[in-house]
Design a protein. Structure first.
Length: 134
């Protein structure tokens, strides 16, 4: 069983973390979809700090020997889900970067071709003017 002092400390720290996450979301430093996961974890920790007996009951219901083992298991599951979610986001962003790079290369080539045609047209006109002057 947690002491009252430890429970109050956890509640204060988790409240500050929640305020920090909301502030980061408000300033657009973290995407809302990622902030939701962290806010969910924060709320779960707050809930279990306020009602620590629920942790024992859930562990007993799930047939897990120790509430701490259950917490480690749920923490591991959450970490795997977050890593998978971030991997999908990185894959999507990599694909977008590749497509944008290709589009920029095409635009640069078009610009280069247009400039060389313009320069060639100017050179042809100069040659025509020189031929007319003769």
């Amino acid at each position: 069983m947690m002491s009252l002092r430890l429970r109050v400390l956890i509640i204060v720290i988790m409240s500050l973390v929640m305020i920090y996450i909301v502030n980061l979301t408000r300033k657009k430093k973290i995407d809302f979809k990622y902030a939701l996961g962290w806010l969910f974890v924060d709320l779960c920790i707050l809930f279990l700090s306020v009602f620590p007996l629920i942790l024992n009951e859930v562990a007993l219901f799930l047939g897990i020997a120790s509430p701490m083992n259950m917490l480690f298991f749920f923490g591991f599951c959450f970490a795997v889900i977050m890593i998978f979610s971030l991997s999908m986001s990185v894959s999507r962003l990599s694909d977008k970067v590749r497509k944008l790079s290709q589009e920029i290369a095409i635009i640069r080539k078009d610009m280069y071709d247009n400039y060389t045609r313009l320069d060639q047209g100017k050179a042809d006109r100069k040659n025509d003017d020189k031929d007319r002057d003769k």
